[in-house]
Design a protein around this ligand. Structure first.
Ligand SMILES: [Fe+2]
Length: 272
């Protein structure tokens, strides 16, 4: 198992400078062209990642409207189609999302990893379900657009008040999507449940066992993994191996055992 990325992003790459994101956005038609082009999987995955990071930047910085959600959903659906159909691109995406951290890239990282877990686990899932799930996973943290960046990126411990604001982001996210007329059942699950834990110690509802939906569990698993491996200004990202070991040793009561084993299998599969 190695975290060595397949694709090295150049310094002028949009994901290397968040202030550039959004300016270089390609329309969804152009993303479809990239996905359908005969280019190496590494380049294809890099282009998809770049595009989705730009979309997330827009989504977090513009008023959430039905039209914006619709515009964002189309390329994510295209990405989900690509994950469903192309094993090589899936492998490259898994490696790209193993480094770099901002709220936008976190959404993309969690979105991609959750989709890959879902693909691995729900082998009989139909394409439509995967596309709907893709949108739900990518939107899971949309409530953070309402949280002060000073709190989001605070290096030290949060005060009780700040912690309360952070803990509120799942509900704020669901409210935002509801107001934008864009809260379907799957989005409700991924947005509201991605900080729950199977032992009932998560938030906002402290769901236990079967109350914690499988789609919410998938998103929560990818969310924790990405937080551990993310490189931030104040902390080094853990290696893939160290993160998976920590999750197995100290957090196994947060996840369903079968789901976690499936997640580990994903990395074993991609590293062999
Ligand atoms: Fe979150």
């Amino acid at each position: 198992m190695t975290a060595e990325p397949l694709v090295k992003l150049p310094e002028n790459h949009p994901t290397a400078d968040p202030s550039e994101w959004g300016k270089k956005n390609r329309p969804s038609e152009e993303l479809s062209l990239v996905l359908n082009a005969s280019i190496p999987p590494k380049e294809k995955a890099s282009a998809v990642f770049e595009h989705c990071s730009g979309l997330m930047h827009n989504l977090m910085n513009e008023p959430v409207t039905e039209q914006l959600i619709e515009e964002t959903s189309q390329p994510i659906i295209a990405l989900a189609e690509c994950v469903i159909a192309d094993e090589d691109v899936s492998g490259s995406l898994l490696r790209i999302t193993s480094h770099d951290y901002y709220t936008y890239t976190h959404c993309v990282n969690v979105g991609v990893k959750s989709l890959l877990i879902a693909k691995h686990m729900l082998k009989t899932a139909d394409d439509n379900l995967m596309k709907e799930l893709g949108v739900g996973f990518f939107l899971h943290d949309i409530g953070k657009s309402q949280v002060d960046p000073g709190i989001l990126n605070k290096p030290g411990k949060l005060t009780e008040e700040e912690f309360g604001i952070m803990r509120n982001h799942p509900e704020r996210g669901a409210e935002l999507l509801k107001q934008a007329n864009s809260l379907d059942e799957i989005r409700k699950i991924t947005v509201l449940q991605h900080h729950e834990k199977i032992d009932g110690t998560g938030y906002p509802y402290g769901l236990k066992g079967d109350e914690f939906h499988q789609f919410g569990q998938i998103c929560a698993l990818a969310d924790i993994y990405d937080a551990l491996t993310a490189e931030r200004s104040y902390k080094k990202g853990m290696t893939v191996f160290a993160a998976l070991k920590l999750m197995k040793d100290k957090m196994s009561h947060h996840f369903d055992e079968k789901l976690f084993n499936s997640f580990i299998q994903l990395f074993i599969k991609e590293s062999t």
